[in-house]
Design a protein around this ligand. Structure first.
Ligand SMILES: [Fe+2]
Ligand SMILES: [Fe+2]
Length: 189
């Protein structure tokens, strides 16, 4: 029998495959697999619930991948998906509550307060994932928005700087060296 995490991962991969066939964006390979790995590593490092963090990483953008509800509210619809699937799989209610909170509060907008380590881990894991897939940010700048060379560079630089500033103090400390290296290597004046 599959573990709950593997079962949910299979469902997400299925949604991701369909979404890729429809509009060519590979959610799993370009974003969620990094969030999943970062969530696992941060949970171990910070002594949080690893399984809850892994599940929350799988659910955090699932509503967008599955095209369920409006994109701007994907945290709410993702939280609904988490509750219904995990209830169906007989997952403990207190852990469902925590997964749901992580999904609901993963975005930086809206002045949310995160009062558990797991919620902060998902928010940090989501942001750090942008540093794991920098080529996709350049692709967005040059291929999708069609920016000229210098503006594209500026776009990616500003995006990564904003992301870094969104991290928790702990996340900033972890990423500091890598962030500075990336800035120095990619954006020489
Ligand atoms: Fe999201
Ligand atoms: Fe995300």
């Amino acid at each position: 029998m599959l573990s709950v995490v593997d079962e949910i991962k299979e469902r997400l991969l299925e949604y991701s495959k369909k979404s890729f066939e429809k509009d060519g964006y590979d959610f799993w390979n370009n974003h969620i697999k990094y969030v999943f790995k970062n969530a696992h590593d941060l949970a171990v490092k910070r002594g949080a619930d690893v399984e809850v963090c892994e599940l929350a990483a799988l659910f955090h953008d699932m509503a967008m991948v599955a095209d369920f509800g409006p994109r701007e509210e994907h945290e709410k619809y993702g939280a609904q998906m988490a509750r219904s699937m995990l209830t169906e799989l007989g997952y403990p209610n207190n852990k469902i509550d925590l997964v749901e909170k992580c999904v609901l509060n993963h975005r930086s907008s809206g002045g949310k307060t995160r009062d558990t380590a797991e919620e902060q881990i998902i928010a940090d894991a989501d942001v750090i994932a942008h540093f794991d897939s920098i080529p996709s940010l350049f692709s967005l700048a040059y291929n999708k928005i069609n920016l000229p060379m210098e503006e594209g560079k500026e776009f990616v630089k500003n995006k990564l700087t904003r992301d870094y500033n969104k991290l928790s103090p702990e996340g900033q400390k972890d990423l500091k060296e890598r962030f500075q290296t990336i800035m120095n290597v990619l954006f020489v004046d």
